[in-house]
Design a protein around this ligand. Structure first.
Ligand SMILES: [Zn+2]
Length: 383
């Protein structure tokens, strides 16, 4: 189905494209020259709407498959190296496939998405969370730049080499030199506090004003975890680590930041358990990424190095392992048993999430505990 653009929409799209082209011919840093996916977003909090424009560079010989699920595409345009502009046809479904061509091209897609009924995304005047299908998702990891026009009084976090995010007027920018397939974004009327871990590494808290009294304990706990794991694993892969509050009840670990639900943060045990788990994910899962085709090994390893290790610190290693075996036997039966290598994720939305979790997290932990037992502490730690 060909996409028909009304003149005003076409004009807006061309203006955005022209602005983005202006950006791309300005003197750029080495990293900016490599950016493949430029994303510009703005918000309408009263209507819970996100407006976005994605600009994706396609080098000669490169095709692209985009997933636009959950998005209303309002315009699409393809600009060739010689300046030719064409409006490609959009299929009826959410997948948008562009075959490879011999010329270099730039694809522009403008879209809106309504978050009012979303259980994960949120756009409101007192908080923004974007964690699920909020921009066109490419079929491979790319170098992103995100520019977000923020409502007054909010500050933001996303995957970025720098924190706090550079601000220009009401626009914040995140540039990540690590390729991603999709980004996460949160903004709120945050109070920002921070502590230095060592030269070149700081931790930050982005808590809502009503929870600011919790920040210092979280920051001090994060410093302890980072110091512990830099000794156990190696240098922290990022120059900052941010603990950001979310109006939604999440416990997500992204490169260099975690998004913890506001209610979750208020639970007294989170900084003694989940925070350490999410910090270990900065090494395993976010820096050393998981190729899911070979199974998800990182939840077992992370749980072993965090949750299980904290019990072991208290002399409860055997009890913890026993509890994990009981949990596994309680949820996994003949129908739900599977090889550990078949574990991908235990998203709470999938059926049998408890059995999957018992396998990936608990049996995974027991595998690493057994390896440690077999190899001995010294060899295991060196490996
Ligand atoms: Zn985890």
């Amino acid at each position: 189905m060909a996409l028909l653009l009304s003149p005003p929409v076409l004009k807006i799209l061309c203006t955005i494209a022209a602005l983005m082209l202006c950006c791309s011919v300005n003197p750029a840093t080495a990293k900016e020259k490599e950016i493949e996916y430029d994303l510009a977003i703005s918000f309408d909090p009263a209507r819970h709407l996100l407006n976005g424009t994605a600009s994706i560079i396609l080098r000669p010989g490169m095709g692209l498959n985009l997933d636009n699920a959950g998005l209303s595409v309002t315009g699409v345009m393809l600009r060739y190296q010689d300046g030719r502009e064409v409006v490609p046809s959009l299929p009826a479904g959410s997948r948008f496939n562009l075959p490879a061509e011999s010329e270099s091209r730039q694809l522009f897609i403008s879209y809106t998405t309504d978050t009012e009924r979303s259980t994960e995304n949120l756009i409101s005047s007192d908080g923004i969370t974007l964690t699920d299908l909020w921009h066109p998702i490419p079929d491979r990891a790319m170098l992103f730049r995100l520019q977000a026009k923020l409502p007054k009084g909010l500050s933001a976090i996303t995957e970025s080499d720098h924190f706090p995010l550079p601000v220009d007027g009401d626009m914040v920018t995140g540039i990540s030199s690590q390729p991603h397939q999709n980004l996460h974004f949160a903004a709120g009327p945050y109070v920002i506090d921070s502590l230095e871990v060592r030269q070149g590494l700081r931790v930050y808290s982005l808590f809502f004003p009503e929870d600011r009294d919790l920040a210092q304990d979280y920051l001090e706990a994060a410093v302890r975890y980072l110091q512990r794991y830099e000794k156990e694993i190696g240098p922290f892969p990022y120059p900052h680590y941010v603990i950001a509050a979310n109006r939604r009840p999440t416990g997500l670990g992204m490169p260099a930041f975690t998004l913890l639900g506001q209610q979750v943060l208020r639970l007294p045990f989170i900084k003694d358990t989940s925070l350490g788990h999410e910090i270990v994910h900065s090494w395993f899962g976010n820096s050393v990424e998981v190729d899911l085709s070979g199974g998800n090994w990182c939840e077992g390893l992370t749980t072993f190095l965090a949750d299980h290790a904290y019990r072991a610190d208290q002399g409860q290693s055997a009890i913890d392992r026993k509890e994990r075996i009981i949990n596994y036997l309680s949820y996994v039966n003949e129908k739900t048993a599977m090889p550990l290598a078949a574990f991908r994720s235990a998203d709470h939305r999938v059926p049998q999430a408890d059995a999957l979790r018992a396998t990936g997290y608990n049996r995974g932990t027991l595998l690493f505990a057994e390896l440690q037992e077999m190899l001995g502490e010294k060899v295991f730690t060196r490996v």
